[in-house]
Ligand binder design. Structure first.
Ligand code: C2E
Ligand code: MG
Ligand code: MG
Length: 762
């Protein structure tokens, strides 16, 4: 509108000028007067306009600006009025502070101040008006030594002019706001970083977190825990969680919840606890073992109580534990309990029987001739036999009892006596059933005939003061069988008496040694084909002063245990060698003298010197002396055995393995020993006519021995039928009642004399 007034005024003036011009042109005579009036009128109008404008300005502008200036002074926020021609600057106190002007100071030139202000605001004086007017402009004011200030400027045009316009600018201090926003941003960034660090570490550590404010029944679930539980959401109710637990672990979890809820929450820290839980992600998937770590007394920093803990997958450890336990307590071959397990659980069974006034039977079982079967038919077959036997035993281990393999072919079976009358026959029945099962079981058969077992048993808790003692008593009962086939014996008090009497016998034996109450008997060893005596086995006899004879089976083990054996052996060695030398001097056909060697003798370092000394003194060539060793003895210190045996063989002494088949040695091991003779144990011979198993074993052993260039002799041959079978099998020599019982030297000499005469007459 303002611009239109100018236009109209200009148009009116032009029209007036044109009218005056036309009038002067048409009336030239009055032109001078008209022009005078026109000029004079124009002068009057100009004066009036000038005065009017002044008055208008004074009345409208000046009055408004001075009011505004007053307002500006009263403002708390920075404010200033300025002209874009830099001619004017009016500031309030807050603005002075920004400009760095103190009250007492001369503010200085407005142009200078404004220029410096604009530069501070990031503007140039030229573009200041354009960038500020009618807008909001934000600037950062840097000042040395103090923090940046953030101000949002708002500018209103107060008066527009052709050459200069007037502006009113107010600043809104944003410093605190910006700082708050910045710290909020960095806090949010820190939080995000910490959260991702936390999430990453949880992921890397594989720990799942469950948290719940104890008033609620919902767990907050971390990402890892979601995977463990097979859920997509971050929450799971206690009841849903409980349903994911293994039924056997639910009660423990319930107890935990009750306890946690009833624990008074304090800010005091509590001890960390652990509970092992099996959780499955969904039905049909396997249960996984987790360790749940928790504190009874968890609270937020706000003091609000919470329930929660960390879940750690421990399935691997569980498997490791199970494997360790398996290795520690399970027999690898048969996968039943081993000796460790028996010694761990046995005492518990013993205590339980005592406490509940019930009874158990502990049965110690041995597979008859297992070692020889194992040797001759291969270890694979042997393992199969052991496994089958173990499974048969498991069948008979009543609840609360168990079966264990405690040695090579030694097993222990514990059966509970559930009768209320004390079933004395229970072990015997059980053993018989086991034997029947062995006979029926196709895998346990060895060459169509069944393998048998022997057993000794004792009653828990009455047959011992402890489990170990009851076990020893059962073992003792078994040992009474001395390798007899299908032997079965229960422990009784008379056996105990026997143990006691052994102590008495020790004293008697010591006295017998000093009184020289020993005598040697000689048993012939005969060539299978010529039927001639080719040797004698010296067998010791203890003749008591009252004339009773004590079997070596009774006193030799005591002598071995007490160390008295060395004196006995020395006597046997000297006596047997000098006897043989004497027979040779009597012109009898020379024979080999065999003496039995005990482990105590064999492990003497100077045994070679001792024997050499005896041979020299008795004037007997070493080739007429044979030492009989047992498998048990030869298996003691293997390297020493080999060394010692080699030394003896180098001296020319013959070496026989006695009682072969009753001990624990393997044929392959025997190959390493410099043996000259293998003595098949009497237990194989006794029933060789009827027992096909025995036949097979003997035949196999003879064959193997032959392949090793070791001669064989059969002990305990009593019947011609036995001899015939052995001869057919290729056995080299025989010894037994059929050819002569052990006899005193004079009777043996007669046999030798007869034989020598026969030979001479041939
Ligand atoms: P061994 O060395 O195996 O001796 C064979 C045993 O079988 C002898 O028993 C012998 O009398 C017996 N015997 C031989 N033929 C038959 C037979 O046809 N039927 C029967 N039923 N038995 C037969 P003995 O003399 O009672 O000796 C038993 C064991 O005592 C010996 O077994 C040996 O281990 C040990 N022994 C005997 N004398 C000595 C010795 O001087 N020193 C050592 N360390 N041990 C000895
Ligand atoms: Mg012998
Ligand atoms: Mg023997």
């Amino acid at each position: 509108m303002k611009k239109n007034i100018h236009l109209w005024a200009t148009l009116a003036f032009v029209l007036l000028c044109y009218g005056v011009f036309r009038y002067v042109h048409t009336h030239p005579d009055s032109a001078h007067t008209v022009l005078n009036f026109f000029v004079f009128g124009m002068a009057i109008v100009s004066i009036l306009l000038l005065v009017g404008c002044r008055l208008y300005r004074r009345n409208h502008s000046s009055v408004g600006i001075s009011r505004l200036c007053e307002m500006v002074l009263n403002l708390d926020v920075p404010a200033f009025i300025w002209a874009d021609d830099m001619s004017t600057l009016f500031t309030n106190e807050a603005m002075d502070e920004i400009l760095g002007i103190s009250e007492s100071e001369d503010p200085g030139d407005s142009a200078v101040l404004l220029t410096s202000l604009f530069y501070k605001m990031g503007l140039t004086p030229r573009d200041a008006a354009e960038r500020l007017a009618g807008r909001t402009y934000r600037s950062v004011l840097h000042s040395e030594g103090s923090a940046n200030r953030y101000i949002s400027w708002s500018t209103t045009v107060m008066k527009e002019g052709n050459f200069a316009s007037l502006y009113f600018t107010t600043g809104f201090e944003m410093t605190e706001l910006v700082n708050a926003k910045q710290s909020l941003t960095s806090y949010a960034q820190d939080l995000a970083a910490s959260e991702s660090r936390y999430a990453l570490s949880m992921k890397l550590s594989g720990i799942g977190i469950l948290l719940c404010e104890s008033i609620h029944d919902v767990y907050y679930v971390s990402e890892e825990a979601k995977k463990f539980l097979g859920i997509d959401t971050n929450e799971i109710t206690f009841s849903d969680f409980r349903m994911k637990l293994h039924p056997d672990d639910r009660l423990e979890f319930d107890n935990y919840l009750n306890k946690i809820r009833n624990t008074e929450k304090t800010t005091a820290s509590s001890k960390a606890r652990t509970m092992e839980l099996r959780i499955r992600a969904s039905a049909g998937t396997p249960y996984i073992w987790y360790s749940y770590h928790y504190h009874e007394n968890l609270t937020y920093s706000t003091g609000r109580p919470i329930i929660g803990g960390a879940l750690i997958d421990i399935t691997g450890e569980k498997y490791k534990d199970a494997t360790i336990e398996r290795l520690a307590f399970l027999d690898e071959t048969t996968e039943i309990a081993n000796r460790n397990k028996l010694l761990q659980d046995g005492p518990l069974i013993f205590d339980r029987c005592k406490a509940t006034n019930t009874a158990c039977w502990i049965i110690v079982l041995d597979i008859d001739r297992f070692h020889i079967i194992n040797d001759s038919t291969g270890y694979e077959n042997g393992d199969k036999i052991l496994r089958n036997f173990a499974h048969i035993l498991c069948k008979y281990s009543t609840p609360g009892g168990f079966a264990a393999r405690v040695g090579a072919d030694n097993f222990v079976l514990i059966v509970h006596d559930y009768s209320d009358y004390g079933d004395e026959d229970l072990p015997r029945r059980t053993i018989e059933r086991i034997r029947l099962d062995m006979a029926e079981h196709p895998d346990v058969s060895f060459s169509a005939l069944p393998i048998t077992c022997s057993a000794g048993y004792a009653r828990i808790p009455s047959d011992g003061d402890s489990f170990m003692q009851a076990l020893e008593h059962a073992e003792f009962a078994l040992a009474m069988g001395k390798g007899e086939l299908s032997y079965m014996m229960g422990y009784d008090a008379t056996m105990h008496q026997e143990i006691v009497s052994q102590g008495e016998m020790e004293n008697e034996l010591a006295a017998a040694i000093s009184r020289r109450e020993f005598l040697l008997y000689y048993q012939p060893k005969v060539d299978m084909h010529t039927k001639k005596i080719i040797g004698a086995e010296a067998l010791i006899r203890w003749i008591k002063p009252d004339g009773t004879m004590v079997s070596p089976n009774v006193f030799i083990p005591i002598a071995e245990r007490t160390g008295m054996i060395s004196e006995i052996s020395r006597f046997v060695l000297e006596e047997a060698c000098s006897q043989n030398a004497l027979w040779q001097k009597s012109q009898f056909t020379p024979i080999v003298m065999s003496i039995n060697f005990a482990s105590g003798d064999f492990y003497q370092k100077n045994i070679c010197e001792t024997i050499r000394d005896v041979l020299v003194r008795s004037d007997l060539d070493s080739k007429w002396l044979e030492l009989e060793l047992t498998e048990r003895l030869a298996l003691g210190d293997v390297s020493f055995t080999i060394q010692q045996m080699n030394a003896l063989r180098e001296m020319g002494i013959l070496l026989a393995m006695d009682d072969f088949g009753t001990g624990y040695s393997s044929l392959s091991y025997l190959q390493q020993l410099p043996l000259t003779l293998l003595k098949l144990d009497r237990s194989f011979i006794v029933e060789i006519e009827t027992d096909m198993v025995a036949q097979e074993i003997v035949s196999a052993v003879i064959k193997i021995a032959k392949s090793m260039k070791i001669e064989t002799i059969a002990e305990g041959v009593e019947f011609e039928g036995q001899a015939k079978i052995l001869r057919d099998m290729g056995c080299d020599y025989v010894q037994g009642y059929l050819y002569g019982k052990p006899m005193p030297a004079d009777r043996f000499a007669k046999r030798l004399a007869e034989q020598t005469v026969q030979l001479e007459t041939l």
